[in-house]
Design a protein. Structure first.
Length: 136
């Protein structure tokens, strides 16, 4: 999804990443990046923001001016439907390789040693020899 947004608004990289919720609180940003869950970014600039939905709700409930700002912001949100985005499938396939098939993750690999790529072993199909024999 982030790659689609980067394509749509021609952005080459991100300066800062904030990960919300329980996932953001418990994920190791280095491994999330290595798996391709988040784009390349300097590791110190990847932070957890905890329960951002709850924090936003409290701000909106307690501050009238924030509610007005939020209402204006909601009107500007553009929905990205990944199911109909032609580039999504390609981004998805590329992200299945570990590390990522096409993204160099240069900022990440300045900070950690790059693991060797894991080559997929060829799938060998064997016939089962224990099939019941037909009676004559």
């Amino acid at each position: 999804g982030v790659k689609l947004l980067m394509d749509r608004f021609p952005v080459q990289g991100v300066d800062e990443i904030r990960i919300a919720g329980a996932f953001g609180s418990n994920v190791d940003s280095k491994y999330a990046m290595l798996l391709g869950l988040i784009p390349d970014c300097a590791l110190p600039h990847v932070t957890s923001v905890g329960n951002a939905a709850s924090t936003g709700l409290r701000i909106a409930l307690l501050n009238q001016e924030s509610r007005v700002d939020l209402a204006a912001l909601v009107k500007r949100v553009e929905k990205v439907e990944t199911a109909v985005e032609p580039a999504f499938q390609q981004h998805f396939i590329e992200a299945m390789a570990i590390p990522h098939k096409t993204d160099p993750f240069s900022l990440l690999f300045e900070q950690i040693e790059r693991p060797p790529p894991i080559a997929a072993e060829p799938l060998i199909r064997r016939r089962r020899n224990n099939r019941p024999q037909a009676s004559s």
